[in-house]
Design a protein around this ligand. Structure first.
Ligand code: ADP
Ligand code: MG
Length: 241
């Protein structure tokens, strides 16, 4: 579903990604872990074309991503959903309008169809009773579930999650992780940057440790958490577990 070869990204003189090679298969759930500043968000943003790569190649669903071409970027953004730490809902739209917006404007669905789809997705994330409220009336966990529904409304091939629960009060984390677990179980292809090691252990097919812009170690959750090889990974796990 995703193939990345020798991805490099500079911000000015700062080399943030130093040659990432990564393949993610259909229906695979990959968790990215690593210290703050190691390049995790930049990697996701390059995959989603929010940042232009400096060098290397990215294929999504067999299609080469061309960061120089507006048409390629728009196409990729339809295939790749993204859920951020901050939910970024449109504050002036109701919950259901937020979820309908992509299907209406990008997919040009008729209004009735877009609404039907949006309501189905709100049921799926367990928040249909809030359909006509504005985001500000919702808890962070509820807003994040709306953000996931909004992403699903575009019928993406893969969803990238960038620390989706980091901004939430602890008691709200579980409801968002549950929605993500359900998605994983249904076979959604996902890359998840997270500090929720319980989630990674339970749901990830593969865990990847990023260190200073490179993949330093990858393996099954069991290998990464119970038998880490690199000293840097051992230190990192020691700090967060
Ligand atoms: P992580 O998500 O692992 O915490 P990031 O990908 O956000 O790391 O950042 C990696 C490095 O790139 C950091 O040193 C950060 O300061 C830098 N960086 C990220 N975005 C930008 C930007 N738009 N301009 C300049 N530097 C950036
Ligand atoms: Mg980040």
């Amino acid at each position: 579903m995703i193939e990345i070869k020798n991805l490099h990204k500079y911000f000015g003189d700062l080399e943030v990604l130093k040659g990432i090679d990564l393949t993610v298969n259909e229906k695979e759930v990959v968790c990215l872990i690593g210290a703050s500043g190691s390049g995790k968000s930049t990697l996701l943003r390059c995959i989603n074309s929010l940042e232009k790569k400096t060098d290397g190649d990215i294929w999504i669903d067999g299609e080469l991503v061309e960061h120089e071409k507006e048409s390629s970027i728009n196409h990729i953004r339809q295939k790749v959903g993204m859920v951020f730490q901050r939910f970024n809902l449109f504050p002036h739209m109701t919950v259901v309008q937020n979820v309908m917006e992509g299907p209406l404007t990008v997919k040009k669905l008729p209004k009735e169809e877009a609404k039907k789809l949006a309501m189905e997705l709100l049921v799926k994330v367990g928040i249909d009773e809030k359909a006509d409220e504005y985001p500000a009336m919702l808890s962070g966990g509820q807003q994040q579930r709306v953000a996931i529904a909004r992403s699903l409304a575009m019928e993406p091939k893969v969803i990238l999650f960038d620390e989706p629960t980091s901004a939430l009060d602890p008691e709200l984390v579980g409801e968002v992780l549950k929605v993500m677990k359900d998605l994983a179980r249904e076979g959604m292809t996902m890359i998840v940057v997270t500090h929720e090691m319980g989630f990674a252990k339970e749901v990830a097919d593969r865990v990847i440790f990023i260190h200073e812009g490179l993949i330093a170690e990858e393996g099954t959750p069991d290998q990464i958490f119970n038998n880490p090889q690199h000293e840097r990974l051992q230190n990192f796990l020691g700090q967060i577990l």
